[in-house]
Write a protein that binds this ligand. Structure first.
Ligand code: MLT
Ligand code: ZN
Length: 461
């Protein structure tokens, strides 16, 4: 709870127009892509890094929580104000400060929308590969805080692989720079890596220096249809075994296909049980050769049809349909619990049939899609949260799914993070001594526990 006196001080730091306690604003900033909702006491819209430092010093003094927020596209509740307090909306930090063509670097503020950065760097022949499905709304700062992955991770890696350095405000109010603005650097502990994926619990990210690469000259996308989901994911292992690494290698089961059928823009054979969306890039000749290899493998694995998206417009339509799967599955039920487990690629067929069995056991739809090239599968457990029986079933199903994934030497989250939705399960994967060490790290950064409390760890910190 923020006291009236603290609110007056916040208003002095920010100016009265940059802090709000209006109900609409609190409601908007109190929810995110999880559709869970908590009420903050106020929302701040700082415009300068020094204001953030002053806010954090005040929060330590007055003892109120501060929750940094990008666009609220997070899938695990990382930006939700679960203990009330102040939302620190980074909306005004939206400048691309520099695109350095000779050093292949971009310097941006954390509120820049990811798709906007991609467009700008592509205008000068450079490329920022991380491509989360939420690219048109999510921000670079949010992507860094969660270490977002996305569609191109199979070939190009995740956000972590492109962050060279950060400018952050520590929970104590100190402003520091981490990392480098050069191609290499090994001075001191790698605080940049520690902060990436720390889910807004260790520092407020204000500036990001990103590594860019040259834009690939040629891109091909295609959709490959199979009769059943298990063969489809087996084909993924075979493609990777052939040493061809597609830019994107995405899987959708029949449930998902039905939900976006009209958006896909290519015709889908009747007997389709699952499909792969594949993108290859590079120079023209290599891309052609790799397309042939992939097609041959898919044919041997029993593919029933191929459709190439030959024009840019068709390609974009295809990928937009893929980006929309997550909201589209709400056609099946009003609510969902969405997981993003990862297993070794050669265990995906076992995972997909296990999810099918879980779905039958509990009598709930569980559409499955995701980044098959990474073994990162989004399992969506559809339910009606008003129905207590369905809630109990999903609780049980999630724990069973996680145990199965860990038995397969997988991990609970590939890209969405722990936040609040997976905190109850953290101990299934992370040992007690490892958790204790993480908690000591959190305390070293944030001795009074004011920054984004109640996240990641099952206990209240
Ligand atoms: C995606 O791949 O579409 C995103 O990670 C979102 C999601 O799966 O829910
Ligand atoms: Zn994803």
């Amino acid at each position: 709870m923020i006291s009236k006196q603290a609110l007056r001080k916040l208003s002095r730091i920010l100016g009265p127009e940059a802090i709000s306690t209006c109900r609409d604003v609190l409601d908007h900033y109190g929810t995110d892509a999880t559709k869970l909702a908590y009420s903050p006491d106020a929302v701040a819209f700082p415009g300068h890094i020094r204001e953030i430092a002053d806010i954090l010093r005040l929060a330590n003094h007055e003892g109120f929580p501060v929750v940094p927020r990008g666009a609220g596209s997070g899938k695990s509740g990382g930006a939700l104000p679960v203990q009330g307090g102040l939302i620190l909306a980074m909306d005004r930090f939206d400048r691309i400060l520099e695109i350095d063509e000779s050093n292949h670097i971009a310097k941006v503020e954390s509120g820049v929308i990811t798709a906007r950065l991609q467009e700008e760097v592509e205008k000068v022949g450079l490329f920022y590969p991380p491509d989360p499905a939420s690219i048109h709304i999510s921000t670079i700062g949010g992507n860094v805080a969660e270490c977002a992955g996305g569609l191109r991770a199979v070939k190009y890696g995740v956000t972590r692989d492109y962050v060279l350095g950060l400018t952050v405000v520590l929970p104590t109010g100190n402003i520091i720079k981490t990392g480098v603005e050069t191609a290499k650097g090994v001075v001191g502990y790698d605080l940049t890596r520690l902060l990436i994926g720390s889910e807004g619990t260790l520092a407020v990210i204000v500036g990001v220096t990103l590594r860019l690469i040259p834009k690939p000259v040629f891109t091909r996308s295609m959709m490959v249809f199979f009769k059943d989901p298990c063969t489809t994911v087996k084909a993924v292992s075979e493609i990777m075994r052939s040493k061809v690494v597609p830019t994107a290698l995405e899987f959708m089961d029949r449930n998902c296909i039905e939900c976006v059928r009209n958006e896909i823009g290519l015709s889908i054979p009747k007997s389709t049980g699952a499909l792969l969306l594949i993108e290859l890039d590079g120079d023209r000749a290599l891309t052609r050769r790799e397309t042939d290899t992939v097609k041959e493998i898919c044919s041997q694995m029993g593919a029933i049809d191929f459709q190439a998206a030959s024009t840019k417009k068709k390609r974009e339509r295809l990928w937009e349909a893929r980006r929309n799967v997550s909201p589209a599955v709400y056609k099946l039920k009003p609510d969902k619990v969405s997981e993003d487990v990862v297993v070794p690629r050669n265990r995906m067929a076992d995972l997909v049939s296990y999810v099918n069995r879980l779905s039958q056991k509990y009598g709930l739809p569980m559409p499955v899609y995701g980044h098959a090239g990474d073994g990162n599968i989004h399992v969506n457990m559809m339910l009606d949260k008003k129905n207590p029986d369905e809630l109990t079933k999903v609780d049980k199903a999630v724990r069973e799914l996680f145990q199965k994934v860990l038995d397969m030497k997988g991990t609970l989250s590939g890209e969405h993070g722990i936040g609040i939705t997976k905190a109850p399960y953290l101990s299934m994967e992370i040992s007690k001594p490892a958790q204790e060490l993480m908690i000591r790290v959190k305390k070293a950064f944030d001795p009074n526990g004011i920054l984004n409390p109640g996240k990641i760890f099952p206990q209240r910190i």
